[in-house]
Ligand binder design. Sequence first.
Ligand SMILES: Cc1cc2nc3c(=O)[nH]c(=O)nc-3n(C[C@H](O)[C@H](O)[C@H](O)COP(=O)(O)OP(=O)(O)OC[C@H]3O[C@@H](n4cnc5c(N)ncnc54)[C@H](O)[C@@H]3O)c2cc1C
Length: 389
Amino acid sequence: MTVMKINVIGGGPAGLYFAILMKRQNPSREVVVVERDGPNDTFGWGIVFSDQTFSYLDECDQPSFERIIGACEIWDNVDVVHKGERVTIRGNRFSGIGRLKFLSILRDRCRELGVELRFHANVTDVESYRDCDLMVGADGANSAVRRAYQDFFRPSVDVRKNKFIWLGTNQLFHGLTLTFRENEAGRFIAHSYKFNQTTSAFIVECDEATWRSAGFDGKSEAETCEYLQRVFEADLGGHPLLTNNFVRWINFPLVRNQRWRHENVILLGDALHTAHFSIGSGTKLALEDSIALAKCFAEQSGVTAALQEFERARRPVVEALQDAAFSSLLMLENIAEDWRLEPLPFAYKMMTRSGRVTHEKLKKRDPEFAAAYEEWLQRQSKSGVKLPV
Ligand SMILES: Cc1cc2nc3c(=O)[nH]c(=O)nc-3n(C[C@H](O)[C@H](O)[C@H](O)COP(=O)(O)OP(=O)(O)OC[C@H]3O[C@@H](n4cnc5c(N)ncnc54)[C@H](O)[C@@H]3O)c2cc1C
């Protein structure tokens, strides 16, 4: 019997989890993960999961699931801070975990199962890794694998208007917190949540005009943090903003691919599709891709059939989530239009922005919040004020 050889380019969540599942399915497979960075260099601070993601992980690989859950911070509230007032919406169960911790759990699990991990290996000649049964491009939003076969994958990368930067802080945000602040330069949005007992992720977003007017193009890392500390002074409780090695302002790249596979090559995770971080689902999507692809290999005979089935089954799910994330992204890009709203209707609009959380869902999750909004609506209609749309 011939041994199946799999080369995975990129050791992020998608590549590592796929390697785990394929090796679990059949330990005789030769699975190699090739990663540009070292085991301790990673961008970002923390990642967020909804409860739903966790049930999948439990079913797929219990040992890694137990370690992941053990390292998570759990909460059930979303807080929206606008015009200096905090509105709390309960019933939204999430878990936060440090990205470095998460990746180290997946790497340990790869090693236990006999997956070969090669670090400090920046793949430039993609074709030289094609000599295998399956090559997986799990090398992130700026994928070299996607670029190498772009005539086949036909990607589109829509670079969005807002700028964002991923920072950390020791101020603990107990819940997924969206904070809106303004100063003389313009409007700023912070997305924050704790991911261990001492640290929170703190992602700041603003439009290009605000960014220029605040002078960020000429500011050092330290000056950037000092400036943003002043903007969010009321929220940071005196804690500084922290950077890691990878700090820079980015415009979000919205990645889609017309085709997902080319001969024995498949794209996974951010290389295949991105979803705006405001709905916190990039890692969830990456892991679900890996699960779906591994399932196709368990059920189909042959690489071509498995890849075809993966694209057929998975594309509609991914596109639906990308649509929801896009609605959220658009609302944040056009936040000036909603800024005038009072904290309660503003928070309601934020909660329902992706189109996935309906009024009925909110009523179940947080009856008090839904009732307060209904009362507010009634008061507005009695007083003849035009309602927000
Ligand atoms: C600001 C921000 C906040 C986010 N917040 C969240 C969140 O809260 N929750 C969430 O679920 N997701 C979040 N995401 C998204 C999440 O980080 C990604 O969606 C997720 O990491 C995708 O996993 P991946 O494995 O596809 O890609 P990546 O995590 O990008 O991994 C790709 C890997 O490939 C490696 N690589 C790249 N090129 C090469 C090469 N040429 N050779 C070898 N290796 C290579 C990289 O070093 C990297 O390790 C956020 C993203 C951003 C930018």
